[in-house]
Structure formats: C-alpha cells, structure tokens
Design a protein around this ligand. Structure first.
Ligand SMILES: C[S@@+](CC[C@H](N)C(=O)[O-])C[C@H]1O[C@@H](n2cnc3c(N)ncnc32)[C@H](O)[C@@H]1O
Length: 240
C-alpha cells in the first residue's frame, strides 16, 4: 500500500471511528479477509497439525489470542465447538465482529488484552475447564503477553493443549518472533517458566516442505494422557 493510501485510511479511520471503518474495509477490501495468505499463515502443514489435534482430542472449546481479521478464527469455526477469540486493536476486532455477525452464537469475540481476557475466562463458571485448545498468536510488539498467557492457562485448565504461533523449531529453519533479550519465542523462553508439568511438541514437517509464511510453532500440554495421544500424531514430534 502506498504512503498516500495509508495516510488516507488513517484520516478515514479517525473521522468515522473503528467500527464504521472496519465495515467499510470488510466490504471494499475483500482480499483483507485472507490476511497472512490464509489460516495459520497460509501453512498447509500447520493446518494439518491443527486438524489432527482437533479431531483426535475433540476439545470442548477453542480459544485464540490475537484475532486480527479473523482468518484463522474462520478455520476454527469449521469445527463444532465454541470459539473464543480476543483482539486488542478496535479496528481489527470490529472487522472480525462484522465477519462473524451470523455466527455470534458460536464465535465469541472480545475486544481487549489477552491476559485479562484469559483471567476472565478462567473465572467464568460457564467456560469449560477441561480439554480446551488454545491458539496463542497475540504477539505483535515488545509487550509480550505469552508467559502470562501460558501460566494462566496451565493454572486454570486441565488437559489443556496450547499451540504457539511464530515459535522457533529446534534444528529447523522455520521463522519465529524475536522481540529482543529474553523475548525471543524459543525453547529458552519456555525453560524460564520453570514448569515441570509441560510437554513440548514441534512440527514433524521440515520448514522446506511447508507452504505459506513458514512460521514455526510449538504445541504444549500439561497432562500425561494428552501427551500420549499427541505422541501418536505423525504431524508432531515430541522434544524432551
Ligand atoms: C499475528 S496477528 C494474529 C493473526 C491471527 N491469529 C490470524 O491467524 O489471522 C497478532 C494480533 O494480536 C493482536 N495483539 C497484540 N497484542 C495483543 C494482546 N496483548 N491482546 C490481544 N491482542 C493482541 C494484534 O493487534 C494483532 O492483530
């Protein structure tokens, strides 16, 4: 997008506000509904990992942090369980809210910070606390919510499975996020959490064979039975 178009969008956003702007954007720029080249950064191998996990474990709910425009949320909405997603930027939240306007009974979108959102879900008696799948993708800048997100999830949900996007895969060339000292999404970041109840899995598929943006991921769980079921999936490899 040219500098002039960006400036024009900023002017329109300021004058009409994020909700109206998002509706205009949704209708006038339909290609933006496929952000990052499709669900999970346009990565066919990653989509397969997710399908494998969701069909094997049949979680009671799916929780995403970092809705953005709802491209991956739409993939999650294909599955029969309720989907919860949070987005901090009003403009993106409203874009996704308009996108899922006919699915409000199953796709629950929240505008806010992922940390307070997860704490609210943890305190919500109507939210299942067992066998929930979490997709953590609310990393965007130096204010990295990831450690707090993982801690809240494992403190409040049993048999939870967490997939973290943009994560370094050991011995492979997948791309990952690095926000500076102590804030690279890699194994050392997880080590610093000091947990003994956390099992780690990475994609079996080599980055060279993956499609799309070739972003890495890690899959975590906190239950030995779930670990054994994930071990049986050929799309994942466990790293101890
Ligand atoms: C990489 S994008 C998410 C992409 C989306 N999951 C998808 O697959 O299409 C990251 C999003 O997280 C949002 N975000 C960043 N920090 C956040 C936070 N603390 N809480 C909620 N959302 C946050 C950003 O505004 C951005 O829209």
């Amino acid at each position: 997008m040219s500098a002039l178009s960006k400036w024009l969008e900023a002017v329109v956003l300021r004058s009409v506000g994020p909700e109206k702007f998002a509706r205009l954007e949704y209708r006038l720029k339909p290609h933006r509904r496929a952000s990052w080249g499709g669900p999970m950064n346009g990565q066919v191998g990653r989509v397969r990992i997710c399908r494998d996990i969701l069909t094997t474990l049949s979680p009671t709910a799916i929780v995403e942090t970092g809705t953005f425009r709802g491209t991956t949320t739409e993939f999650f909405a294909e599955f029969p369980m309720p989907v919860y997603s949070v987005e901090a930027e009003p403009r993106f939240h409203h874009f996704a809210a308009y996108r899922f306007r006919d699915l409000r009974d199953r796709v629950h979108l929240t505008l806010g910070d992922s940390r307070s959102f997860l704490n609210r879900l943890a305190a919500d008696a109507s939210m299942p606390k067992n066998n929930v799948f979490f997709y953590l993708d609310a990393h965007w800048n130096a204010d990295l919510p990831l450690a707090e997100e993982i801690t809240t999830i494992f403190a409040n949900w049993q048999q939870a499975v967490i997939m973290i996007d943009d994560f370094a895969v050991p011995d492979d060339t997948y791309a990952y996020d690095d926000y500076g000292p102590g804030a690279a999404l890699n194994a050392e970041y997880l080590d610093r959490l000091g947990r003994t109840d956390m099992y780690r899995f990475y994609p079996s598929l080599r980055a060279a064979e993956e499609t799309g943006a070739k972003r890495g991921c890690v899959v975590l769980c906190n239950d030995p039975q779930v670990r054994d079921r994930l071990k049986a999936l050929s799309s994942l490899r466990q790293v101890i």
